[in-house]
Design a protein around this ligand. Structure first.
Ligand code: ADP
Length: 189
């Protein structure tokens, strides 16, 4: 099963993707997680990543496109994957579309978790107290929400239009368990 998850920061994509990954036994590819791990490498790239990510801006498309296409070709992803955090820009969208086409991969599901900016802010402020992520403070959160609305929302709209049969929207303001059961209902159809 090949699946893309969309949703603003704080939508609970990571939580839901982890649950789905266990349920369907396919890997969860979170570009945010991969980039956070890369920050530990102590090389040139890690310094650049730290600076960009702590400001709430997006890392360059070239870096992301390379990371994702390499991952998707590994044996781990042969039975499918859950993409979380990619594609986020039009350049990434075109890259992924041609990558999938060239490798004869088709998508099975595109899920869009929806919630209001107010709830996003509230959740991330709460998360900042428990997870200690450098990008979870109010100013950076507002940048991330803006970036999401300007850059990534249009990408999810593209999928809504182009992949109507496999595009589903989920109410992200519900409890985690309810969101999960909504998603499972869709995926088991
Ligand atoms: P969230 O969705 O909660 O903002 P993520 O963990 O998905 O957080 O991403 C954290 C940061 O990693 C982003 O703010 C951005 O700097 C970087 N990042 C993750 N995915 C991408 C991507 N596809 N393109 C560019 N930057 C990305």
């Amino acid at each position: 099963m090949r699946c893309i998850l969309f949703g603003p920061p704080g939508a609970g994509k990571g939580t839901q993707a982890n649950l789905l990954s266990t349920f369907f036994k396919i890997p969860h590819l979170s570009t945010g997680e991969i980039l956070r791990l890369k920050q530990n490498d102590n090389d040139n790239l890690s310094k650049i990543l730290k600076e960009i990510m702590s400001s709430g801006k997006l890392v360059s498309d070239d870096v992301l496109n390379k990371i994702v296409s390499e991952k998707l070709l590994t044996a781990e992803c042969s039975e499918g994957f859950i993409l979380d955090g990619y594609p986020r820009t039009s350049n990434q969208l075109y890259h992924l579309e041609s990558f999938l086409k060239n490798n004869n991969f088709s998508l099975n599901f595109v899920l869009n978790i929806k919630l209001s900016d107010k709830v996003v802010e509230r959740r991330i402020i709460h998360r900042s107290k428990t997870e200690n992520r450098e990008d979870d403070n109010i100013e950076v959160i507002r940048t991330r929400i803006k970036t999401y609305n300007f850059e990534t929302r249009p990408i999810s709209e593209y999928y809504r239009e182009k992949y109507q049969n496999i595009f589903f929207e989920i109410d992200g303001e519900q409890e985690i368990a309810k969101i999960q059961s909504d998603i499972l209902k869709i995926l088991k159809k």
